[in-house]
Ligand binder design. Structure first.
Ligand code: BV8
Length: 248
């Protein structure tokens, strides 16, 4: 396989599943009887902030008990040893970072940080006092401390980094690689990125437990657990590319 000049990587909840982080579809899109679309929205936050705070604080606290799995490590290795790449994750956990990925574009934000509602300033807040599901926290950036919200992109809000993502995909060309791992293709605009990458000329490869909604966007599909399939795939690619010599 010819060494790509660029690699675009998109991950979803499935890449963290083997770390014990529940995916949205495994939970049938529900949390404690609420539909995600009903707790992960600005209107839910306005209507019932404590329920939304609890939803996120339980997930923030759970971060302390999970660790990266072989799929995260394989992605980090592909980034470190392969051609120049952009890793975009839909996930709000920090497992790619903890697996050694030097750069991660977290398009839906991050659980580790909170955002001041008055200034918009984000800060990492993972101390014990920040993780009580019944007790919301205030900022340290304003004279009159303001309420802080989860630093995530809710449904109806604009995903982060879209200009950079579109610029990167626009630069993909024939022979480049778009790797998508662990996503059901339900949520836009993430679910349309593989189609855009293919349109730019990249070969689109999917690693997923089962067939996603956008299966037709992929040239190559590997169905199964990413932690089992991805390390071998990355080994094969890196070997083939090194035999091919450095990309010009
Ligand atoms: C936007 C952060 C405009 C929060 C998330 C009505 C009103 C407003 C908007 C809309 C609307 N109707 C539609 C929309 C668009 C909406 C949308 O897509 N809705 C869906 C429900 C139809 N999107 C938005 O609102 C987005 N914003 O459109 O703004 C815009 C557009 C373009 C440019 C500028 C502006 C914002 C969406 C972001 C929402 N926030 N997360 C939080 O996490 O709480 S989304 C959230 O759900 C996750 O981050 C993730 O992205 C998504 C879940 O998707 P997946 O990651 O795919 O996870 P899922 O569980 O679904 O699937 C897991 C997959 O893994 C499965 O396929 C499974 O087979 C596989 N798997 C499981 N185990 C393994 C595995 N694979 C491999 N190995 C395993 N071991």
């Amino acid at each position: 396989m010819k060494r790509p000049s660029r690699v675009f990587i998109l991950t979803g909840a499935g890449v963290s599943a083997e770390s014990g982080v529940p995916t949205f579809r495994d939970a049938n899109g529900l949390w404690e009887g609420h539909r995600f679309e009903d707790v992960a929205t600005p209107s839910a936050w306005r209507r019932d902030p404590l329920t939304v705070w609890r939803f996120y604080t339980l997930r923030r606290r759970a971060l302390l008990n999970v660790k990266p799995n072989a799929a995260h490590v394989a992605v980090a290795r592909l980034q470190a040893e392969g051609p120049p790449s952009l890793l975009v994750s839909q996930n709000v956990d920090d497992l790619h970072q903890r697996a050694g990925s030097a750069s991660v574009l977290s398009m839906h934000g991050q659980l580790r940080s909170l955002r001041c509602e008055a200034s918009g300033r984000c800060e990492e807040r993972m101390a014990e006092d920040d993780l009580h599901e019944g007790h919301m926290v205030t900022c340290t950036c304003c004279a009159a401390p303001s309420r802080m919200r989860p630093d995530v992109v809710w449904f109806g809000e604009t995903p982060l980094g879209m200009p950079k993502i579109h610029d990167w995909i626009g630069r993909l060309s024939d022979g480049d690689l778009c790797l998508v791992v662990g996503t059901s293709g339900h949520v836009f605009p993430a679910a349309d990125l593989a189609r855009q990458a293919r349109q730019a000329g990249a070969r689109t490869v999917l690693v997923n437990l089962d067939e996603p909604l956008n299966a037709g966007d992929f040239d190559e599909v590997h169905l199964g657990p990413a932690g089992k399939l991805l390390p071998g795939l990355v080994d094969t690619w890196l070997e083939a590319w090194s035999a091919d010599g450095p990309s010009v």
